[in-house]
Every structure is written in C-alpha cells, then in structure tokens.
Design a protein around this ligand. Structure first.
Ligand SMILES: NC(=O)C1=CN([C@@H]2O[C@H](COP(=O)(O)OP(=O)(O)OC[C@H]3O[C@@H](n4cnc5c(N)ncnc54)[C@H](O)[C@@H]3O)[C@@H](O)[C@H]2O)C=CC1
Ligand SMILES: O=C(O)[C@@H]1CCC=N1
Length: 262
C-alpha cells in the first residue's frame, strides 16, 4: 500500500516491538526516518535504526500511527493523547474501550501477532474499531510484514486468538518437549532426543506449509494409512489429547479476558 505516514512504537525496545519495527523496515512500509520507537529506561544495544526516544508524548506528536507494545501491566502508566490518530494495540487483553478512553482516539485497532513475528512467520488476526475505511488496510499492511493476517469482526475473537494463535506458537514446542522427554526415558541420549524432537516440529511445519492441506486432513490421511502413526494418534485421542488442548486454550483465553481492565 502507499504511504502510511510516520509510525511510532511504544515499547519498541521489547521482544514484539522490535520484531514489528524490523518487519516495518524490512517490508519498506516505512524508512528509519518515518519510524520512532520508545524505550523506558535505556535505548537497547543493537537497536533498530530509527528515531529513538524515552518520551512517549513526543513519539505521539510525530506519529500518524501509534503501536502500543508494552506489557498489559505497564499500560496504566502510559499517558498519551492520540486524538485523531490511528492507535493499534498488540497488548493481550486490553480492550478497545480502554485504549480509546485512555488515548482519546476513536480510531483504534487490536492486532494479536505471535512470537514467530520475529522471523516473519506470525499469524496475526486484527480487529478494527474505526470509521475510517483505510485504517483496516493500514493495520493489514503493517502486520503482513510479520506474516499472515486476517481481519476478524469481533473483539472477543481477538481475546480467543490471544490463546489460540498468540500463545499457540509455544504449543508445538510443548508437544516436542514431551516427545523429547519420552525419548530420554527410553534411553536415547539427550542431545539426539533434542535433535529428533526439534526436527520433527520443524519438518512437520514445513510439510504442512508445502502441501497446503488443512491440519484436519493431514491427521485424517495418517489415520487412514492405518500404520504406526495411526496407532499413536488414536491412543493419544483416546487418552484425552483433544480435551487437554481445549482445556489449555480455555485457560489461556480466560487469562486474556482477565487482563482486560475494569
Ligand atoms: N511476545 C509475544 O509473543 C506476544 C506479545 N504480545 C503482547 O505484546 C506486548 C509486548 O510484549 P513483549 O514484547 O513480549 O514484552 P517485552 O517485555 O519484551 O516488551 C515490552 C517493552 O515495553 C517497554 N516499556 C514498558 N513501559 C514503557 C513505557 N512507558 N514507555 C516505553 N516503553 C515501555 C519495556 O521496557 C519493554 O522493553 C504485550 O502486551 C503482550 O501481551 C502479543 C502477542 C504475542
Ligand atoms: O504469553 C503472553 O502473555 C503473550 C500474549 C500472547 C502471547 N504471548
């Protein structure tokens, strides 16, 4: 898309803020002169090449689009007036209502990337609460630089996706860690167990991307093959695999909702 103006990232020194800043610069959507990042105490070593400030009000003054990327617990300390500007939050749980009330902006969006934003492989659903039609295009363009995006039409779905895809980047690692520990219990040297588990999730992700099948189709075709993999899948399911996943997603969803301020 063409020019989106000057972008400011509050919390630009953090994990996600840095990933978004790198994606913005990498996709060419802004130059270093059109991007301001703020830090709380100290400009980070290896800082992204852009304008840096500790003054969030100054950042807001010089930005057309403001991205809020501080931890939910630090949100209450941010005092800015962003009236008339597009404010995009990536914070878990913090509501559109809270953002609009505390920034004075009626152009608010919530986007929920995940840890893979760092390598351009995030999945980022976003919800836009703005009467300006172009704002959705701006949010979409920003987060396409971090991976795949989808607009959703319910704010509640952002809280749900905070659990499912926002936290989800960690869950395949949880599966791989259980597999690695099982291999070690079977006497496999830990370094080999680590490499095997690592390559299983990397290979599975690449395979899924390459063949484009839905995960449900992938599981079904392994079950239909009726070999060792099918035996593993069926027994995992009989032992509550899907129920455990649902319970974990529900707990993360409830945690996201609990982060919403009152
Ligand atoms: N890390 C992840 O995978 C994801 C994180 N999120 C959300 O993104 C937000 C940021 O998360 P992370 O980057 O992981 O946390 P982080 O702790 O790495 O980064 C937050 C940064 O904000 C800075 N900060 C705090 N108060 C500030 C202030 N007043 N002015 C300027 N900077 C300030 C901190 O010093 C820190 O550098 C959180 O709200 C989180 O819920 C959402 C999706 C995924
Ligand atoms: O774990 C967290 O709280 C953050 C928000 C969503 C994903 N990571």
């Amino acid at each position: 898309m063409d020019h989106i103006g000057h972008v400011g990232i509050i919390g630009g020194a953090g994990w996600l803020g840095t990933a978004i800043a790198r994606a913005l610069l990498g996709s060419g959507i802004v130059t270093g002169h059109q991007l301001t990042c703020s830090y709380r105490s100290r400009k980070p070593d290896n800082a992204v090449e852009c304008i840096w400030t500790a003054d969030n009000r100054r950042l807001v003054e010089q930005s057309d689009v403001i991205i809020l990327s501080v931890r939910p617990g630090d949100w209450e300390e941010i005092e800015i007036n962003a009236a008339g500007k597009l404010v995009i939050s990536v914070m878990a749980g913090v509501t559109v209502e809270s953002i609009a009330r505390r920034t004075g902006s009626s152009r608010v969006a919530r986007a929920l990337p995940n840890a893979a934003a760092e390598i351009g492989y995030s999945y980022t659903p976003f919800f836009v609460a703005s009467s300006q039609p172009r704002d959705g295009d701006v949010v979409s363009a920003i987060f396409r630089g971090c991976g795949v995006v989808d607009a959703v039409n319910s704010e509640e779905h952002i809280d749900y996706f905070t659990a499912m895809s926002g936290s989800g980047a960690a869950f395949p690692a949880l599966l791989a860690s259980a597999m690695m520990n099982d291999a070690i219990k079977h006497g496999v040297p830990s370094e080999i167990a680590r490499r095997a588990a690592q390559q299983v999730i990397v290979g599975a992700g690449r395979l899924q991307e390459w063949n484009g099948a839905s995960p449900c189709e992938t599981v079904r075709s392994f079950v239909e093959y009726n070999g060792t993999t099918a035996a593993g899948i069926i027994t995992m399911r009989e032992n509550g695999f899907d129920t455990v996943i649902e319970a974990g997603l529900e707990a993360a969803f409830q945690k996201a909702r609990a982060l919403s301020d009152t």
